[in-house]
Design a protein around this ligand. Sequence first.
Ligand SMILES: [Zn+2]
Length: 243
Amino acid sequence: MERALVAAACRVLVARGLADGLLGHVSLRVDDDHLLVRCRGPEESGLGRTLTADVRLLTFDGREAAPGELADGYTPPNELPLHTAVLRARGDVGAVVHAHPAAVVALDLAGRTVEPIVGAFDIPGTSLARGGVPVFTRGVLVRDRLVATEMVAAMENRPVVVLRGHGLTSAGSTVQRAMLQAISVDRIARLTLAILAAGGQPVPLASADLDDLPNLGDALNEAAAWRHELARLNTAPLERDGT
Ligand SMILES: [Zn+2]
């Protein structure tokens, strides 16, 4: 079930345009030294074709947590330290999403940040943007513990950090939350770029209106939002995968 959730999240990343091709991964904490993470096997055909079998149980050091987890030519992601550094540093985090959304990268390279420029358009996204979406200014692969620790520091305990020239990392208590956060940040980035392209100036919504936005009740709305993400993926499940 949990493996199927991680696999479905990978497919949602592609369906929502946050990932293209092979790059990106989702992880889920099992305990303080184990995680489920999307790995690559010999039949790798892209993030959008992720199957439950592509999600493997590893230790935080990238070793197989049980015999066979890295059998069949499977390997952990190069950027596994990106996931484990967040999980190690933040006990509140249960899941990590990493992707390379072009709009988010373009927004940062254009000298812009993710701001609460909208209101009722996307209330959870606005709330996230209002609290700040920091930027990790190194454009490198996060493949060792040192760089990953720098990224976690740049993240400043916020839900999402933009990785300059690279993508984003989203951390949530659940896979669903981490995913929905990433989708919101990408949506606001696209909107900001569209406003700029139309000759407008994106500015934060007035504080009074931001203050007036209701908290919609996270758990209930997240459950519905996630069902929607799964429903819009495809009505025909992938072969050999029941999600
Ligand atoms: Zn990456």
